[in-house]
Every structure is written in C-alpha cells, then in structure tokens.
Design a protein around this ligand. Structure first.
Ligand code: FES
Length: 124
C-alpha cells in the first residue's frame, strides 16, 4: 500500500506517489522503479544525411557522448564557433539543455528546426 505525501519530487509529473521512508518501499516497488529507470531513451539525429543515435550520458555534451559511442559526428573547434558539429536532433530533444548563447549566435533560426551544435548541447 502506498501513501500520498508531498515532497519536492512529488511535484514532478509521473512521480506523484511518494513513499514516506525507504523502509516502506516494497520489493515490488523497487522492481517497478528500476524498470522505469532502465527504459532506454535514445537521442537520434543526423548530420549531413548520416544518421546517428546515442544513449544519453548526463553531464556530457552530445558530441562527447557520440564520440564515446563511436558515432560519426564531424566537429572541429569544440567551442561553439565553427559550426562544423551542427546536427539535427530528430528524437530526444527533451534530454538536451536549452540552447546556449553560442548556439543561438551560430544557428539563429535553425534552432527552431531542431538543429543543435553537438559540442554545446549538454545532456541533462
Ligand atoms: S565543433 Fe565547432 S561549433 Fe561545435
């Protein structure tokens, strides 16, 4: 049996039910929670007609993650100035940070077409 309680986390959509203490969490609840967190979310996109997909790693840039996962994304400066790492994000935009100043300056209106600088887009 679960009890409703309010905490900071209870305001996050999908996490309305909060257990009052870790001791009250049943084994079944652990399984259910771990299954939710194990749901693989991917970020998919393309660059110059070449598709790629990555499993997000929080705290890294999209470029770092892609290179670590052997995805073919072209890049040069890694500072947000050259624009070589421009990619179109087709799925998983919600897993990325809001565009920063460098992206706004370099991409302008292309941001609305889901273009991002892979070296500047942080995975959140
Ligand atoms: S590598 Fe130059 S802007 Fe990203």
């Amino acid at each position: 049996m679960t009890k409703k309680a309010f905490s900071v986390g209870s305001l996050i959509p999908g996490r309305e039910t909060v257990h009052q203490s870790p001791q009250q969490v049943k084994k079944d609840d652990h399984i259910q929670l771990s299954q939710k967190s194990d749901a693989v979310q991917e970020i998919k996109g393309s660059q110059k007609g070449v598709s790629w997909k990555v499993t997000p790693i929080k705290g890294q840039s999209l470029l770092e993650t892609a290179l670590e996962q052997k995805q073919q994304i072209q890049y040069k400066c890694r500072k947000g100035t050259c624009g070589v790492c421009t990619v179109t994000v087709e799925e998983g935009q919600a897993l990325l940070s809001e565009p920063n100043t460098a992206e706004e300056k370099k991409l302008g209106t292309a941001l609305k077409d889901d273009c991002r600088l892979a070296c500047q887009a942080a995975i959140i």
